[in-house]
Design a protein. Structure first.
Length: 493
């Protein structure tokens, strides 16, 4: 059997009994909780940073490491985490990931020093890299009936898209009403529920055939490449694109990725079998998730800045401002997966979602130093929510469709890797472009009064929104070209 054919899906299972169906939906609840915990943790800590900085006394220059430590560990270890879940069993990997993430969160919440908090965040990222792909792999192998799979991925895709906004809301409430440490402690309670759910509802799938070995050289190469990629973009954000710490690491990432691909072609037990990413629809899905991730992080970052620094919203008000966007995203995700995606396929749904999201970004560019939330901010946020709700479930479902269950973990890891890398790229690029736009605005509107500074900030946000719209426009064109027509999708070709 060829390597390509070994990656095709197993035959659809027969309709399950009602009890088994109920069992599967409880599995979805468990997996959704774990996914929500991982996704919201990327933003929930951001709102807590000022309070944590005041409490622990670290500098503005060091502040970025609270976020970067998590993203570096998470981004660089995702493929390893996904492959480990294939090798040691998904139920075991899922529970280990939950326990580790909870322990790291408790450690961070109890941190008395800056170094302890950074170390805890890195541990969170490492266990998150095991947990996130395992959660999606469990979903992929649990829901094989077409209609049930669509509903399950609609919920999962909505969580993946809305988790960042939920993190902003939760972070605001916890920071204002309790203490910044509860942004980390909350994960312990979510993880405990997840562990109980996993013990009862996640099924252990027995392995057939010989157990493959872990591809150590491939793991080292791809982990180094992903670390260099995320670290390079993080440095570009803080030090500029001309910094050796930016372009040097980005160049190293490219070299390591080429070496990784060459090694995967000859490895006896490849970490990432290349047919997974060479499949046209899956490749289109990974690229779409990356582009959507880049645009989504820009939305959260700059709209949050605008609401808090320009309009003087409190953290709770900022979180609540994103709530209608979350509701629209969830509604669109359900509409897409249950009605429009089965009928039209990803070739139409993903590009349409990109166009809708891009129009929402263009709408945001009209915001000035003063704005009415209901008239000026709410409509574009709801448009963006609808667009993301059309993109994410369709792309995530297609990205894992047709992959043999033995490689479901690493295929799922690529979904998370695409979103993480997209976020890193989007944050670095948009921040750089916005900062340059602000400097240029001040230089052309001398003297630099307080009002000029406010106008410059708003101008810089508008620049970021225009570029975000360009990301989505490029994604619409690329996805329309790459996805196969629905007739080809039906055959699994």
């Amino acid at each position: 059997m060829s390597q390509t054919s070994s990656l095709t899906a197993v035959a659809p299972e027969a309709p399950a009994a009602p009890a088994a169906r109920s069992h599967r939906w409880w599995t979805l609840v468990t997996v959704a909780l774990a996914q929500l915990m991982v996704v919201l943790d990327s933003t929930v800590v951001n709102i807590a940073l000022p309070s944590a900085q005041q409490d622990l006394g670290f500098s503005n220059a060091d502040r970025q490491w609270i976020v970067t430590a998590y993203s570096l560990a998470f981004g660089s270890l995702l493929l390893l985490g996904g492959r480990l879940s294939d090798l040691i069993g998904r139920k075991r990997a899922f529970i280990i990931g939950l326990i580790g993430f909870a322990g790291a969160s408790a450690l961070g919440g109890a941190a008395g020093t800056f170094g302890m908090l950074v170390g805890a965040r890195a541990l969170q990222g490492a266990f998150g890299a095991l947990l996130a792909p395992t959660a999606l792999a469990v979903l992929t192998t649990t829901f094989t009936i077409t209609k049930e799979r669509a509903r399950a991925f609609g919920i999962f895709g909505a969580i993946a898209g809305a988790g960042g906004a939920v993190g902003l809301l939760l972070g605001g409430v916890l920071t204002e009403q309790f203490d910044w440490r509860w942004n980390l402690y909350i994960n312990v309670f979510i993880a405990i529920i997840g562990i109980v759910g996993a013990a009862f509802f996640v099924v252990s799938t027995p392995r057939t055939g010989p157990r493959p070995k872990l591809d150590i050289p491939g793991t080292v190469l791809v982990s180094g490449a992903l670390f260099s990629l995320v670290y390079g973009f993080s440095n570009a954000e803080t030090d500029g694109w001309d910094s050796p710490s930016a372009w040097g690491f980005l160049a190293a990432s490219g070299v390591l990725l080429i070496a990784f691909v060459i090694w995967q072609r000859r490895a006896a037990h490849p970490l990432l079998p290349l047919p997974i990413v060479l499949h046209r629809n899956r490749a289109a899905s990974y690229i779409s998730i990356l582009i959507a991730g880049a645009g989504m992080f820009g939305i959260f970052l700059f709209v949050t800045y605008y609401l808090q620094t320009t309009l003087k919203f409190t953290p709770i008000q900022t979180g609540l401002a994103f709530l209608p966007m979350i509701i629209m995203l969830v509604a669109a995700a359900q509409l897409s997966t249950n009605l429009t995606l089965p009928r039209f396929g990803p070739k139409l749904m993903v590009p349409i979602g990109m166009v809708i999201a891009g129009s929402g970004m263009v709408y945001l560019t009209h915001l000035g130093v003063s704005a009415n939330y209901a008239a000026d901010i709410l409509p574009p946020l709801m448009i963006l929510g609808f667009g993301m709700g059309s993109i994410m479930p369709a792309a995530i479902q297609t990205a894992t469709l047709g992959v043999d269950r033995h490689f479901a973990g690493v295929a799922s890891a690529l979904v998370n890797t695409s979103q993480q890398v997209g976020g890193s790229i989007g944050t670095a690029l948009l921040n750089t472009l916005a900062a340059t736009a602000a400097v240029d605005y001040v230089a052309s509107h001398l003297p630099p009064t307080a009002e000029v500074a406010r106008q410059a900030a708003v101008h810089s946000y508008a620049t970021a929104y225009w570029w975000g719209a360009a990301f989505f426009a490029f994604g619409a064109l690329l996805s329309a070209l790459l996805y196969r027509r629905r007739e080809a999708l039906k055959t699994g070709a």
